[in-house]
Design a protein. Structure first.
Ligand SMILES: Nc1ncnc2c1ncn2[C@@H]1O[C@H](COP(=O)(O)OP(=O)(O)OP(=O)(O)O)[C@@H](O)[C@H]1O
Ligand SMILES: [Mg+2]
Length: 351
């Protein structure tokens, strides 16, 4: 079966005064119908730019999308569609929930107006049918006294409620794909949990495929079928949720997991933050972008070339030259002599 969405060789850069910011660097992935894919990574790793490119919401310029990039949705390349063809897909077939609902809700229109507008446009409903459907949607996302709230403005809702309204708007036209970009970051933990529960329920009830973007591996646990880890505009590890948590194979993912509290850990494990900062996206290093921060780095080999994603077990790929696992002891100091296993390069002692 063809996947619902297939992203091939996606490369996005931004022209800035300081130079070309290479935000997304050859990203490839797919999403099946009804599947939930988690995309995690630190701030600046290219998660939002990837989703905005899929939605064709990046202004070009300053954004430059490589001409070989493809976003195949239901068999057609969205990057090649005319603007009016894309408008029929955006909001209807593919909907998006943003981190801050206030940026996507119009403050001067009632939420009833905002929900019914797209129902009339995409679903060709008349006023009465659209209002009825809007109330149903608000009920579905858990807004109390939904019928009385259609005339309210966004500021009359709390942050969590606004996020629910956004979700109601996003699912109003039965999208095949819902892109949720950090939908809970601005909310407190209780509300965060409720919103995630809501997304889970909608997925079960409506069968919508979800691309859930977050910088928090804890959030995607238990929610996603597959997880993709991004670093410096690349996918550096991808696997089903279970193996990714149980057996992470890219040092960056291992670092991410060590830096979040885990309910399943028995002892009082110390949380270990990842040292250092992501690379400058204008002058990316020639080698592994994580190398300067990697506890397992081997000088020279890791700086020589960017490691490709390679299969480490079935359905599990990681971008590291070495077979690192959670159990691999962290070297005290980088070894003076290393033998690379992956490409069989022998390196002489440094200095
Ligand atoms: N309009 C723009 N002009 C220049 N650079 C940009 C622009 N938009 C994004 N970038 C750069 O692209 C890179 C990826 O940004 P992106 O917003 O995708 O990160 P992210 O993974 O979503 O981070 P966060 O978790 O903070 O939302 C960053 O280095 C960012 O500075
Ligand atoms: Mg973002």
């Amino acid at each position: 079966m063809e996947p619902l969405l297939k992203v091939n060789n996606l490369k996005v850069a931004f022209k800035t005064d300081g130079g070309l910011v290479k935000a997304v660097n050859d990203v490839n992935f797919y999403l099946n119908e009804g599947e939930t894919l988690g995309i995690v990574g630190e701030s600046g790793s290219g998660k939002s730019v990837t989703s905005m490119a899929i939605m064709r919401l990046l202004p070009t310029p300053p954004a430059v999308i490589d001409s070989n990039s493809q976003v195949i949705f239901k068999g057609q390349n969205l990057l090649k569609l005319k603007d009016d063809q894309m408008r029929k897909i955006r909001g209807k077939e593919i909907a998006m929930i943003f981190q801050d609902p206030m940026t996507s809700l119009n403050p001067v229109l009632t939420i009833g107006k905002q929900i019914t507008e797209s129902l009339k446009l995409h679903m060709h409903l008349d006023d009465r049918a659209a209002s009825r459907r809007a109330i149903e949607l608000l009920k579905l996302v858990g807004i109390p006294s939904a019928d009385k709230r259609l005339g309210d403005y966004p500021h009359q809702f709390s942050g969590g409620m606004r996020q629910r309204v956004m979700i109601a708007m996003a699912i109003s036209c039965d999208p095949k794909l819902l892109i949720a970009d950090e939908p809970t970051t601005a909310l407190d933990v209780t509300i965060q949990a409720q919103i995630l529960e809501l997304l889970k329920r909608l997925r079960q009830e409506l069968g919508t495929a979800i691309m859930l973007i977050t910088h928090d591996l804890g959030v995607v646990a238990g929610m996603c079928d597959r997880i993709q880890v991004m670093y410096a505009g690349k996918i550096v590890e991808t696997a089903s949720a279970k193996p990714l948590y149980a057996n992470p194979r890219m040092p960056y993912t291992i670092g991410l997991l060590n830096s979040i509290p885990r309910l399943d850990s028995e002892g009082q494990d110390r949380l270990i933050p990842i040292q250092g900062l992501p690379p400058d996206m204008i002058t990316l290093p020639p080698g592994c972008p994580f190398e300067p921060r990697c506890a397992y780095r081997q000088p020279v080999v890791c700086q020589a070339k960017v490691p490709e994603l390679r299969e480490v077990e079935e359905g599990h790929r990681a971008a590291c030259l070495f077979d690192i696992t959670k159990e691999t002891p962290i070297p005290e100091v980088p070894a003076p002599e290393v033998v690379a296993t992956a490409n069989d390069v022998r390196i002489s002692p440094a200095g």
